[in-house]
Design a protein around this ligand. Sequence first.
Ligand SMILES: Nc1ncnc2c1ncn2[C@@H]1O[C@H](COP(=O)(O)OP(=O)(O)O)[C@@H](O)[C@H]1O
Ligand SMILES: [Mg+2]
Length: 322
Amino acid sequence: MELAIEAIGITKKFGGHGKGPFKKPIVEALKNVDFKVKSGENYCLLGPNGSGKTTLIRCVLGLLEGEGSIKLLGYDIPKQRNKIIQKIGYMPQETSLYSDLSVKETLQFFARIFGLKNREHRNKAIETILDVLKLKEWQNMIVENLSGGMKRRLSLASSLVHEPELILLDEPTVGVDPKLRLTFWDYFNELNKKGATILTTTHVMDEAEKSHIIGFMRDGRLIAEGSIDELKKRIPKYRKLTVKTTIENTESIGSLISKECDLEVVPSQFKIEVFYDDNSMLEPILELIKNETKIQEIITTEPNLEDIFIHFSNKKEGSIDK
Ligand SMILES: Nc1ncnc2c1ncn2[C@@H]1O[C@H](COP(=O)(O)OP(=O)(O)O)[C@@H](O)[C@H]1O
Ligand SMILES: [Mg+2]
C-alpha cells in the first residue's frame, strides 16, 4: 500500500505570544493527529468550522510548522518539498490571485510555474480546464472584475491546470453557484478515476458523500474515518425498523420484542421502532408483532452521514475509531 500522505503525531498550537494582558491565548488547533491518505484515494475531511481542517492541510503541505512528521508522495516535508511541488495541486480556502492578470494569463502563469514547459501541452491543458470549469467566455476578463464565485472557479482551475497527481482542495465549493456545486464534486471523482489522489475538505454533508473515504474532524482531532458503509456498520444497532400498527398502545408488544430478541425498542402511538443490525432478525420481530396486531406499514432505514457524524461526535473524547 502506497501512501500519498502520511502525517504522524501532528500537533499545532497557535497564539501564546505577547506579554501580560496582551498575551494571546493558546489554541490547540491539532491534537496529535495521525492522518494517512492512500495513493489513488478520494478522501474528504468533514467537520464544522474551526475543527482544524485547514490547519491540517497547511501542515501537511509544509506551509505551517507543527510537531510531528510528514511525508508527501514519499518525501519528507518540509525538507524535500521542492522535489514534489509540481506534482501537487493546492487550492487554499482563501482565494489568492493576481488582480491585474486576465483569466487566461492567470492559468498560463500557474501552468508555467508548475512546470508545463511545452507550449502546445500548456495551451491544451488551459483550454481543457477553461472548458470544464465553464470559464471560457470569461477568459479575457481581468481577475479584479470577476465575481466572487468566478474567482473561486479560477482559483480551482489554477490548482488543477498542471494535471497534478495529488490534489488538495480546501472547501472548493464555497461561494460557488449552488447549481454548479455538486457537478464540481463529480468532476473531482472523474479526476480521481483518471488516477489523481484527491483530498478535499467541506463542512457540507452532501458534498462529503461524493467522496469514497470520509474523515470526521472535531476539535482538532480526527475522530473517525472510513467509507460511509464502514462507518455506519460501526454504530451498534445501526438499522431501524419502523412498523405502523392498527392498535394505539404498542407498549406490551414493545416489551415482548425487547425481551425475546434482546433489542432496543421504542413503542409509541400506532407505531413501534426497533433498532437492530442483523437482517435475519426482521422475520422473528415481524412475527411477534403480527401475533398482536395488524401491520399497516413496514419501513427500514439506515443512518445518514449526519447521524453517523453525531454518533462519533458523542463518543469519548480522543478515541480514534479506525
Ligand atoms: N493563524 C491562526 N492564528 C490563531 N488561531 C488560528 C489560526 N488559524 C487557525 N486558528 C484556530 O485553529 C482552529 C482550527 O482552525 P481551522 O484549521 O481554520 O479550522 P477549519 O478549517 O476546520 O474551519 C480554530 O480554533 C481557529 O480559530
Ligand atoms: Mg478551513
